[in-house]
Design a protein around this ligand. Structure first.
Ligand SMILES: Nc1ncnc2c1ncn2[C@@H]1O[C@H](COP(=O)(O)OP(=O)(O)OP(=O)(O)O)[C@@H](O)[C@H]1O
Length: 366
């Protein structure tokens, strides 16, 4: 699967632009703030119906305008699909494939899979467990729609349980009947999510190790582990055991909403504290490439790979290894951004691969 053509209208700093792509490597180059990342984000819209960087759709509309449109033509083994996303200020986002509007945006997710690697990903290492769960959930959701529905239902149920605990500790009486119902629902929804995450991690971790090993030539020993309280016991029992603590804290302290991934380097040192910026970046790239391999295997065709500002903080050797890896047969169409067109041409010459460079300047494509 590859994107042949992209058009943007009133999208961020673009008034109007149309680009034709190659099915290999496409590089957007230009000064800071030129609009390179905005083009990656437009492609992200086409695939996942939202921005990668900013959850507020209306802020994607070009300043001073009332609407935006992003349109793309995908080629899947010769079959062309026209995908269009548009938004008028204060109205609902419209999403169409081949001129037919979707009733549920979720029906589109996963049809044109994509992996983005961007400097923003550092939050996966440096921030709290929510970022790491979001990463795992995003990967699984692109291949398993019921998973996402179940997760939404679990979170709704969790909120109800937490407000019940709050009411009880603020003078009310704990409604035991309702608590039992909510506990049963949490278990029913949470267990399959736990099982899915565990099965996913079993498949994902070897892929991660493979990519990290290739990228760094196993210079450092790193590890990735999935942690869940549910590994240590029966979920229903755990909820009962923790009830007193939950009542005191006014929130549910056990469940899949507490799952986390542990990242370590040098055997058992936390990556966040002991990894250099380059090592953290290499770790994140390996995570995302493992996501790519997982999606590829699940879908049976190659997702798009978007690399935002990828060369920053990577040494020349790792940069070449990375480009060598992603422009080989296991990967499909690539979009990348960099400030320096000369560097891009040099790297691709060195590894003897083709690249098409698009010079971006103030929201226009040269
Ligand atoms: N809704 C909007 N309307 C107008 N301009 C916008 C809007 N949203 C973002 N921009 C502008 O887009 C520009 C940023 O573009 P982008 O992030 O694509 O830059 P870039 O070329 O990737 O730069 P860098 O090399 O610094 O990463 C900024 O100048 C920003 O002000």
């Amino acid at each position: 699967m590859w994107l042949k053509k992209l058009s943007v209208l009133n999208f961020k700093n673009y008034t109007e632009a149309t680009l034709q792509f190659t099915r290999e490597v496409n590089a957007f180059t230009g000064a800071n703030g030129a609009g390179k990342t905005n083009l990656l984000d437009a492609i992200h819209y086409l695939s996942l119906c939202k921005s990668y960087f900013n959850p507020v759709d209306s802020q994607q509309i070009k300043q001073g305008e009332d609407w935006f449109m992003v349109q793309g033509e995908f080629d899947k083994d010769g079959q062309l699909d026209l995908v269009a996303c548009s938004l008028k200020r204060n109205q609902k986002k419209q999403f169409k494939k081949n001129k037919k509007e979707y009733t549920r945006l979720a029906d589109h997710i996963g049809q044109f899979p994509l992996v983005m690697i961007s400097p923003n990903d550092s939050a996966i290492v440096t921030e709290g467990s929510e970022e790491r769960r979001r990463f795992v959930d995003n990967v699984i959701s692109q291949t398993d729609l019921p998973y996402l529905d179940r997760l939404i239902a679990y979170n709704r149920c969790l909120m109800q349980r937490n407000s019940l605990l709050k009411q009880a500790s603020r003078g009310g009486v704990l409604d035991k009947g309702l608590l039992d119902v909510l506990d049963a629902q949490l278990v029913e929804l949470g267990l399959p999510i736990f099982e899915k995450r565990r099965a996913f991690m079993d498949e994902f971790i070897p892929e991660f190790n493979r990519h990290y090993g290739f990228l760094t030539e196993t210079a450092e020993s790193v590890s990735l582990t999935y942690e869940s309280q549910l590994m240590g016991g029966n979920f229903a029992e755990l909820l009962k055991q923790h009830l007193d603590r939950d009542r005191a804290l006014e929130r549910t302290t056990v469940g899949i909403h507490k799952d986390d991934l542990q990242f370590t380097i040098h055997v058992d040192m936390p990556l966040k504290k002991f990894g250099s910026q380059g090592q953290q970046k290499s770790f994140l790239i390996a995570l995302k490439l493992a996501q790519y391999s997982f999606l590829y295997r699940q879908k049976g065709f190659k997702p798009l790979l978007l690399l935002d500002d990828i060369f920053d903080k990577l040494d020349d050797h790792r940069t070449r290894k990375l480009m060598q890896m992603v422009s080989a047969d296991d990967f499909g169409q690539i979009f990348l951004t960099d400030t320096d067109a000369v560097r891009i041409n040099r790297i691709f010459e060195e590894i003897n691969r083709k690249v098409r460079v698009y010079e971006i300047s103030h929201g226009t494509v040269q």
